[in-house]
Structure formats: structure tokens, C-alpha cells
Design a protein. Structure first.
Length: 620
């Protein structure tokens, strides 16, 4: 049986008459009362209620404008009604919408948070983290926790006043927070509770943050061992200056990208790719024992993320693994798409760009086999491109020149039944108004914060989970530094060209056109230009497809990642599968590349897939 945990502070106080009175962690925490950061209603996700109410109000204004427009042009209503409807519409536009439109376009132009409530939340989180750092520093000497320094917090009048001021400011920040439930502030509050227990050496009520418990609710370690781990955690956080995850990710240790690359300019000097770039990562080795080692690999990244999802950091890089295996790697980078790309749709990003880049890659490597890889949306958009390419070559009497594509967490089926996308589709039905968004954004691209907010809605409390997980592992300095590149990538998304975004939502996510055979692309072959893509052309062209999907992936559910079993040719796969022909299903989430182990498993399977030359061909 474990010893009873102390009810009062013991290491920092004494039984002598001259001892300093040290309040318990419970007493200090009680000074703040109950705030939104405590999640008193036990929500299982974040509730951005002020933002949601504002969005409903904004939708109401646009709905009113549309009613006024209908009334103005209605042949059944008196002209006087139409006149007042027009005046009402003009008043709403100039007095209500104009300032919101200006603010949103300015935020989108600067790639800053357009939601003022979430912007205030970000500032509150930043200040809260900085106050925790100040409070931690009161108990440290030369970067190490000091019992004497902790005691002086209560024996020295100046330090006691500093403590009370910090508690008061933390309380104000918690009370002014604009969201409820499992938020990043809730995770910071758990760190604050842990710090109070460290300072006073007294426990709070169970469960204690970051502590392991048995199924019966009993702690697996002694309270002193728990405190020692917590002291190490704060020492590491202070040394790395990692209380604020966003600012920490922008330090040098948060640099994303580990392999040097060259930018490739298409030989067609007249082509205008609007800032979309192609990176070239040369192979690092050439294993002569593997005849297919020196193949070329073309990676397509999502339009909404920095392309470093393929190249986060050493040991967490697909590019590193594939170039080390002897592949020449090309990576499409959409992150620098200029303002002119805003009016370009998926025809450009899903066809024109790849026509130019692949032509250049094949010109540079005429004798090497060319394979493809796509992550999430990058894979979704590369599949119809390959099918259209197979159709074009079929019309020209040519064999398909790209034989293998590996899809990482790539959705292709979007419906309310078997795909698993119903929660996101319901969210879009409730909140997404393309006409309203087009009017508000004007000529600006869709800011990454708007896209992130939608993604977070289908991942309950994801900001809380990420922040809590980071602090839980922060008792190890190397773990803190290892997390920095991913946090940088996670907190710095890219803007989505507006027209392409509208088409992605309408045609693919809500229209499910790819799955239904209605998705159209341009073509250099007149008979195919603007016609629906025949996805069965992939099978006719003997294109081998492998899906790599995760059981814990809410963004690309396994029911949506079914390209390989639907359109791939029937080659036998030697890799370990779950029974589906070329589908690898793992107990992983969407961003599995941040794990050394998961990425290593993936790279082993990827290399085997691309190098396997003994695939039987179709007979039909």
C-alpha cells in the first residue's frame, strides 16, 4: 500500500515558533475561484461560444440582405416595399458589413487570426504562459528548483507580493477567456496547478496533472516522486523557454526542414505558375544491388499545409528516408502561391501545375522510372490527375508512364454513410456560406486560421490535447526540442486560394464528384477537355495504388481512404496488410510522420512498394 499523501506542506515549513507559514496548494488555488479554464461543466471539446454566436449573427445579416434583394426585385410587392428593402440592404452593407469586411481582408492579407475572440484568446494564452514562467523563476536558482527559493516566496514580502500579483493576473486572464471546455488555456491551467504543488509541496485533489493512475484510481507513484518529476519538468521548460508553445516553436530548434533542396524552373519560360514551386532533393545513395533504387519520386503536398509535412526534421522526414534509400525526390510547394492564384481553381492546381512539373522531371530524368506519393489532399488531387493522364496516353496509343502511387491518409470518398466524413460535412452545412465568404474576403485567400478552426471542430479538444501532451513529456529536455519542428508546422499553416477552396468544398467534399465519376479536368486531348475523369483508367493503365491509412484519423477516416481497393490494378502486395489488396491500416492518427517509429514503419513499406518489380500484370 502506498503511504498517505501529505495534507499540509512539509519540506518548506517547520514546526518551530519562527517557522514561515506556507499556504497549501489548495488555498492558493482557491484565490482564483472557478473559471472557464477549470472546465467546470466537463465539456469533452472546446466550445467557442462567442465566435459561434458572432457567426450566427453574421449569417443572419447576409440572410436579411438576400431577403431585401428578393423584395426589391419582386414583381408581386409594391414599389414602396422594394425601395425600403433597398435602403435597408444598403444600410446593412455600409454600417454592419463594411467594417467586418475590412477587418477580415486585412487579417487575411497579413495571415493573422481573423476572429477577434480567438485572437484575444491567443493573447491571453501568451500572457498566461509568460506569467507561469515568471512564477517558475521565483523558485529557481541557476536553472534548478530550490527549496530555499520556494520558501522565500512566502517569507520575503516582495516575493509574496509578486506571487499574489501573478495569481491575480492569472485569474483575470482566465475570467476573460472567450471559450469554454477543453482549450489550450485549460492545459495551461493544469500546468499552473502542478506548479502550485511544486512550490508548496502539498497536493491538490486527485487526479493530478500528468500523473499515472491505476484502473482503481490509485496513483502509481508516491507524491514525492511525482513532485520530483514535476520539478524536472519546470526546469526543462524554463531552460528551453517553452511555456508558450507558439513562441517556442519559432525558436531556432523549431526550424522545419532537414534536407537541402534546389528550386526547379520549368524549361518553358512562358509558363506562369503563380508562385507554385518545385523542389528537388537529390538522392543521397545509389544501391547497385537494387535495380529500381535510383527511381524518381514526385511528392504532392496539400494546398493547406506547408510542404515540410514531408520534411519536418531529422528522423521525421519522408524526404530524408527516401533520398537516403536512393530516390531522387521532387516536392510540389504551394505555400508561396501569389495573389494571382486566388482566382485559379482546381484545374490549375490539379492539372496545369503537374503537367509543367512532370514534363520537367521527365526531361531531367529520361531513363529513370517515375513514381508518385500524396499526403491527404495532395493525394486526393493527384489521383484524378493520374487518371486523366492515363486517359490521354490511351487516346494517343501510349502506355501509362507512371505506374505507382502511394497515398498517405488520402480521402477519396466523401458521403454521410460509409466514408466517416459526416461530422465535417454537417459542420460545413451549418457554417459554410461560399457567397458570404467570397464577399467578405474579396481578393484575399482563405486564411489558415479559418481552415484550422474547421479541422479542430472534428478533433475534440485537439489544442488541449496537443498542449497537454507536450507538457506531459516536458520533463525531458530532448523531448521538448524534438517537438519544436512539429509545433512550428502545426501553428503556421498556409492560405488557401479562394476559388480552389470553393471548388474543393463544393465539388469534392460535398459533391463527392470524384467517387461518383463526375469530377472534371482540362486536357490537351480535345475529346477529354473539360469532361469527367474516368477513374477506371488507372486500372486500365495498370497503375498500382497503395493506401496507408490510420484507424485513429478523424481527418481522413479509413472509410474514405479506399482508392487502392477501388481503382488500383490487382498486383499482389508483399507488404504486411490487413487483408485488403494494397491497403496498409495502422493504429495511427493523421500526422503520423512526427513519430520516429511510425515513420520508420511507413518508409520500410514505401521503399518495398516502389522497388518491387515482380508484380503480375492485368490480363484484362
Amino acid at each position: 500500500m502506498k503511504p498517505a499523501e501529505p495534507a499540509n506542506p512539509s519540506p518548506l515549513s517547520s514546526a518551530s515558533p519562527n517557522s514561515v507559514y506556507i499556504p497549501s496548494a489548495k488555498q492558493l488555488l482557491a484565490l482564483s475561484g472557478i473559471t472557464p479554464a477549470d472546465n467546470p461543466l466537463d465539456f469533452k471539446t472546446a466550445i467557442h461560444w462567442k465566435s459561434d454566436l458572432s457567426a450566427l449573427w453574421l449569417q443572419g445579416v447576409y440572410h436579411w440582405q438576400r431577403l431585401c434583394d428578393d423584395a426589391e426585385h419582386s414583381p408581386w410587392l409594391p414599389s414602396t416595399w422594394g425601395h425600403w428593402a433597398k435602403l435597408s440592404q444598403q444600410w446593412a452593407d455600409q454600417c454592419l458589413l463594411a467594417p467586418i469586411r475590412q477587418q477580415l481582408q486585412q487579417a487575411a492579407h497579413n495571415a493573422t487570426q481573423p476572429d477577434m475572440f480567438r485572437l484575444q484568446n491567443d493573447e491571453i494564452e501568451r500572457r498566461y504562459a509568460n506569467l507561469l514562467k515568471q512564477l517558475c523563476e521565483l523558485c529557481m536558482e541557476q536553472g534548478q528548483f530550490s527549496t530555499s527559493s520556494a520558501k522565500r516566496v512566502f517569507s520575503d514580502a516582495t516575493r509574496s507580493m509578486q506571487l499574489l500579483q501573478v495569481i491575480f493576473q492569472l485569474t483575470l486572464l482566465e475570467q476573460n477567456y472567450n471559450s469554454l471546455g477543453l482549450t489550450r488555456l485549460t492545459a495551461l491551467k493544469e500546468l499552473y496547478k502542478t506548479l502550485l504543488m511544486v512550490i508548496t509541496a502539498s497536493p491538490l485533489d486527485h487526479p493530478h496533472p500528468y500523473r499515472r493512475y491505476t484502473a482503481e484510481g490509485e496513483p502509481k507513484d508516491s507524491f514525492e516522486d511525482y513532485l520530483e518529476t514535476a520539478r524536472q519538468r519546470f526546469q526543462c521548460l524554463l531552460q528551453a523557454d517553452a511555456f508558450d508553445l507558439v513562441l517556442f516553436s519559432e525558436q531556432p530548434c523549431g526550424k522545419i526542414g532537414c534536407r537541402d533542396y534546389q528550386l526547379v524552373t520549368p524549361s518553358d519560360a512562358d509558363s506562369d505558375l503563380h508562385g507554385v514551386r518545385l523542389r528537388y532533393y537529390p538522392a543521397q545513395s545509389n544501391n547497385q544491388d537494387s535495380p529500381n533504387t535510383n527511381a524518381v519520386l514526385y511528392l504532392n503536398s496539400p494546398l493547406i499545409n506547408q510542404p515540410e509535412i514531408y520534411d519536418l526534421a531529422p528522423g521525421k522526414s519522408v524526404v530524408e528516408g527516401m533520398t537516403d534509400a536512393g530516390f531522387d525526390v521532387y516536392l510540389v510547394d504551394y505555400s508561396n502561391a501569389d495573389g494571382g492564384s486566388n482566382k485559379l481553381g482546381l484545374d490549375f492546381f490539379g492539372k496545369v501545375v503537374h503537367d509543367h512539373f512532370i514534363s520537367e522531371v521527365k526531361r531531367r530524368h529520361p531513363e529513370q522510372p517515375l513514381h508518385m506519393m500524396g499526403y491527404c489532399m495532395g493525394g486526393t488531387l493527384i489521383l484524378p490527375y493520374l487518371a486523366r493522364r492515363a486517359e490521354e496516353r490511351e487516346k494517343q496509343g501510349l502506355d501509362m508512364d507512371i505506374q505507382k502511387v502511394l497515398l498517405m491518409a488520402t480521402p477519396v470518398r466523401f458521403d454521410d454513410e460509409s466514408s466517416g466524413h459526416k461530422p465535417m460535412r454537417d459542420l460545413i452545412r451549418t457554417w459554410y456560406d461560399p457567397d458570404m465568404l467570397k464577399d467578405l474576403l474579396g481578393d484575399e485567400k482563405v486564411p489558415p486560421q479559418l481552415i484550422e478552426s474547421g479541422m479542430n471542430q472534428i478533433q475534440p479538444g485537439v489544442r488541449y490535447t496537443v498542449t497537454k501532451g507536450f507538457f506531459e513529456r516536458a520533463n525531458n529536455l530532448q523531448s521538448i526540442r524534438d517537438a519544436a519542428p512539429f509545433l512550428n508546422w502545426l501553428n503556421h499553416g498556409t492560405s488557401f486560394p479562394a476559388q480552389a477552396h470553393r471548388q474543393w468544398i463544393a465539388n469534392l467534399f460535398m459533391g463527392n464528384q470524384l467517387w461518383q465519376g463526375k469530377y472534371c479536368l482540362p486536357s490537351t486531348v480535345e475529346q477529354l477537355d473539360g469532361q469527367p475523369v474516368d477513374m477506371k483508367a488507372l486500372k486500365r493503365g495498370q497503375v498500382e495504388i497503395m493506401d496507408y491509412r490510420g484507424e485513429r484519423d478523424p481527418i481522413s477516416p479509413i472509410g474514405s481512404c479506399v482508392a487502392s481497393e477501388t481503382w488500383g490494378c490487382n498486383g499482389h502486395r508483399r507488404a504486411k496488410t490487413t487483408g485488403l489488396n494494397r491497403t496498409i491500416e495502422k493504429n495511427i492518427g493523421h500526422i503520423f510522420v512526427v513519430s520516429h517509429k511510425h515513420l520508420s514503419d511507413y518508409l520500410e513499406i514505401a521503399v518495398d512498394f516502389y522497388r518491387d518489380q515482380n508484380q503480375p500484370k492485368l490480363n484484362d
